[in-house]
Design a protein around this ligand. Structure first.
Ligand code: ADP
Ligand code: ASP
Ligand code: MG
Length: 464
């Protein structure tokens, strides 16, 4: 049994949808279980339209709903051959889009847009997409059944990026989905979406369909979990930004998790977790080039010849520094910093503290920085007034660069080589961190200089 997740680009246009249908058809003997995303661009469109609704920009809302409708109905009208099936799909999609328009109306009337509403709105992308993929697969004589993941995947109420309750979810998948697969049915499951125990729609975070793929694959004890996308596999760097990036044939779960956490968009960081528990290999494959083996992600790190496997970067970050002589040797300062951030739900991406303890700095998403800063000033107001802490400062528009590879552990000179390359590229280092796992070295540079830094490191380790 193979779980196959198809990303937005794989179901994003007429040609790709036909390719996906052929791929699934050819794997029917292997009992595929299909998970799919919204058509590419649709989730962004849905969320952007919600903002227009909030601002009561009725024209923009109307225009976007029209374009959403056209995009989906065009697939039905062009690709579906069976008349009854065509009619049924058009009816279903039209009803869904009317429902969605009502949600937008609600947002406009109430002038309120919560993360709970955003999840409800975003869920339409996957539902519309999977309904049409299921209909198309029926035209290809694949014995499919559309499955709304909300009947299977149970989460908490953390809207926008909910946490999965694996006890309930695994039980649901085993009792509701497995019997279908055993009967020879090919389920087409909506990625990304889930529900709480009181049936409120949640999402698993942006790009969360990858995670759905591995949740389902692990619960079914699949032989492999395949993530179909628009590149040949996990590459040494983001191919959009780095010249000479090449495909890695094999990487370990830990390397994949580390890379994706530090910005390799090709796979969602949580995807590895369910697979690790059951030791199920994940394969990244290209819908545009299906015969290519892709990248195998498993326990083994593989031998690519280089200890550094991959260079990633994340933009739109801020670095916050807290400085003061009064911090030296005082226990609990770090605890207070990170508790404050946790209270306002801000995720810390990197931490660095020199051994003098005179300065602690950490990196947060720029969009959360103001919230973080307000809470920190509240927490440390007495310390600031007494000059125990001199100041809390922020630099916006910075990026984290991370170099990842299991072989870095115990290999000398990696950091030296990295930072020399960065210096030779005339890029200034703002802060540095290395986890004691030695699986990754990360550092902060100005966002304007990040491409230069990434390319320089990619070149110096001969990853091309
Ligand atoms: P999907 O719609 O299939 O989920 P995504 O756009 O989420 O696809 O992810 C695939 C994209 O990730 C690729 O097109 C590529 O530009 C980008 N990417 C970033 N870093 C890497 C990397 N290290 N290896 C491969 N692709 C990467
Ligand atoms: N459609 C969702 C998103 O754009 C989930 C996914 O594509 O994986 O984030
Ligand atoms: Mg993706």
């Amino acid at each position: 049994m193979i779980t196959m997740k198809f990303g937005g680009t794989s179901v994003g246009d007429l040609q790709r949808l036909q390719d996906v249908a052929s791929i699934v058809q050819s794997y029917v003997p292997e009992r595929p279980v299909v998970v799919a995303s919204a058509m590419s661009g649709v989730t962004n469109l849905l969320l952007e339209t919600a903002t227009h609704a909030l601002h009561r920009d009725a024209e923009a809302v109307k225009k976007n709903i029209e374009s959403l409708k056209e995009k989906h109905l065009n697939v039905a009208n062009t690709l579906l051959k069976d008349a009854a099936r065509h009619r049924e799909l058009i009816n279903n999609q039209t009803t869904l889009i009317e429902e969605l328009a009502n949600l937008y109306r609600g947002v406009s009337l109430l002038k309120e847009l919560s993360s709970r509403s955003l999840d409800a709105i975003a869920s339409y992308g996957e539902i519309l997409s999977c309904l049409q993929l299921a209909a198309l697969l029926k035209d290809y004589n694949v014995p499919v059944e559309f499955v709304d993941a909300r009947t299977l995947i149970r989460t908490d109420h953390h809207f926008g990026e909910a946490s999965v309750d694996f006890d309930v979810t695994n039980r649901n998948i085993q009792t509701l989905l497995l019997p279908k697969v055993e009967q020879g049915i090919v389920p087409v499951i909506t990625g990304f979406i889930a529900t709480t125990d009181d049936c409120i729609t949640t999402t698993l975070g942006r790009s969360g369909s990858d995670y759905t793929g591995s949740i389902v694959g692990a619960a079914l004890d699949a032989d492999e979990i395949w993530i179909w996308t628009d590149v040949d596999g996990v590459m040494t760097a983001d191919p959009r930004y780095v010249n000479g990036a090449k495909v890695l044939p094999e990487i370990s779960y830990r390397e994949a998790a580390e890379m994706s956490y530090f910005g390799a968009k090709v796979i969602h960081p949580k995807t590895m977790m369910p697979a690790i528990e059951k030791n199920i290999p994940i394969r990244i494959k290209n819908t545009f080039n299906p015969s290519y083996a892709g990248t195998l992600i498993s326990k083994k790190s593989g031998s690519s010849g280089s200890v550094v496997k991959n260079i990633t970067s994340i933009d739109h970050l801020s670095i916050v520094s807290i400085e003061g002589n009064g911090m030296m040797g005082v226990p609990g300062v770090s605890a207070r910093i990170f508790s404050s951030l946790a209270r306002v739900g801000v995720n810390v991406m990197m931490i660095s503290q020199a051994s003098s303890e005179h300065n602690v700095c950490f990196v947060v998403p720029q969009k959360d920085c103001e919230r973080a800063l307000a809470e920190l000033r509240k927490e440390f107001d007495i310390d600031l007034a007494r000059k125990m802490i001199d100041d809390i400062t922020v630099e916006d528009q910075v990026s984290i660069v991370a170099i990842v590879g299991e072989g870095m552990k115990g290999t000398r000179g990696i950091a030296g080589k990295t930072f020399t390359a960065v210096a030779n590229a005339d890029v200034n280092l703002v802060a540095i961190a290395q986890g004691s796992s030695e699986l990754n070295i990360s550092f902060v540079v100005k966002q304007a200089e990040v491409r230069k830094a990434v390319q320089a490191i990619h070149d110096v380790f001969h990853l091309n």
